[in-house]
Design a protein around this ligand. Structure first.
Ligand SMILES: [Zn+2]
Length: 390
């Protein structure tokens, strides 16, 4: 670090690869001194737990699987919104994550002493083998009307197989594929545990009629798993009863590693006292950006000589962390500490959640920040493009 609140950019660029240097330089720094501490960055609070360690270990083991929390969330959203019963969606999720109790998985967990397929004994039974690679499964897949789009080799996992199939299948076909996989798994369990056998044609036609009946009964109803849009909120911003109210908001540009921060302070008659539109380095955590916006607003008030009585943010999580004094390590930790330091000292200043519709001026100031190169400040006025949101 160079002085307070700034990275020694040249030194970092000299010592690290470009990608790492950019990541380091995107970490926001406090303006005051804080003690260094080791943090576990896979956990939101920065503290190691066995649960988070286990999740990281799973990810390392199955590194080719998309993660719910990362950039493939759209892919998982697609899976969760398939029009099939929820038990089948859960089954698919488990299969994609290699979590079904296959012989290989049970062997890994030391429950079984063998991992070979009980049916053909020519390969280890993992999710791919049980659902696709084993000869019984292959015979079922060959009956599919789109079997020419399915590739049975070149895959190392069931997740690979599904992702490759999804490139050439439409949504209805993916739903069919999901239900067929589930019936293959059911047949496999019946075979293994009850010694009951089916022909591939039987499994296929069971899957086909099951899906037909399910989709016919749900077609005219709203799918239970599809979230209907909520009616838009009609609440609007209201002035504080007395004193000064600060509204803040943040918007994150992940590609540039930047957060736009918007802050506006108004009095009890709604008149603007001060406003700011600034940009800060941010690694992409929306909560960090929202917390930074609150801190920025507090600094704006201090520098303008204004005494705040109320702070409003539209991040319910960040407001709750502050109210409950939740402790975090890492950057969220020091930002919340600085906010709490201010709120505790100014005992008449309260912080509360406000819905987006009550926070439009701050929201648009945050958006404006990402489109300008310099930080912008105003006293007793705001620019024309923000006035319409007051
Ligand atoms: Zn087999």
């Amino acid at each position: 670090m160079q002085g307070q609140g700034e990275w020694h950019e040249n030194l970092i660029r000299f010592n690290f690869l470009q990608e790492d240097a950019e990541a380091i330089l995107s970490i926001p720094l406090p303006k005051t001194c804080h003690q260094d501490s080791l943090i576990w960055h896979y956990d939101k609070k920065g503290t190691y737990t066995v649960k988070s360690g286990y999740q990281v270990a799973l990810k390392l083991k199955y590194y080719d699987l998309p993660s719910c929390s990362e950039n493939q969330s759209t892919w998982w959203n697609y899976v969760w919104n398939l029009s099939v019963p929820s038990k089948i969606r859960i089954f698919l999720w488990k299969a994609l994550r290699e979590l079904l109790p296959t012989q290989s998985n049970l062997n890994n967990r030391k429950i079984l002493d063998r991992s070979w397929c009980f049916r053909c004994s020519v390969a280890k039974e993992d999710c791919f083998h049980a659902l696709v690679g084993c000869r019984f499964a292959k015979k079922v897949w060959k009956l599919m009307p789109f079997s020419h789009c399915l590739k049975f080799t070149q895959h190392t996992s069931f997740s690979c197989f599904v992702q490759s199939a999804m490139k050439s299948l439409n949504r209805t076909e993916v739903e069919f594929l999901t239900v067929v996989s589930w019936f293959i798994w059911k047949e496999r369990n019946n075979h293994l545990h009850n010694n009951k056998f089916e022909r591939p044609e039987q499994t296929f036609s069971k899957a086909e009629s099951f899906l037909e009946v399910y989709q016919a009964t749900t077609r005219n109803k709203a799918s239970p798993h599809v979230q209907l849009p909520m009616p838009s909120s009609t609440a609007i911003w209201s002035p504080p009863g007395s004193g000064l109210k600060l509204n803040v908001d943040a918007t994150v540009n992940n590609q540039k590693g930047q957060a736009g921060l918007g802050c506006i302070i108004r009095n009890s008659s709604g008149a603007v006292m001060a406003a700011a539109s600034t940009k800060r380095a941010c690694l992409g955590s929306v909560e960090v950006a929202e917390a930074l916006a609150i801190l920025e607003g507090i600094h704006l008030a201090k520098e303008s000589g204004l005494h705040l009585t109320l702070i409003e943010s539209d991040s319910a999580n960040v407001v709750s962390y502050i109210s409950k004094k939740t402790s975090f390590r890492g950057e969220l930790g020091w930002i919340l500490d600085e906010i709490l330091h201010f709120v505790d000292r100014d005992s008449d200043c309260k912080i509360q959640f406000a819905p987006r519709s009550c926070n439009l001026a701050a929201h648009n100031l945050a958006k404006l920040a990402l489109s300008t190169s310099e930080p912008l400040f105003w006293l007793e006025e705001v620019p024309k493009e923000i006035e319409i949101w007051l």
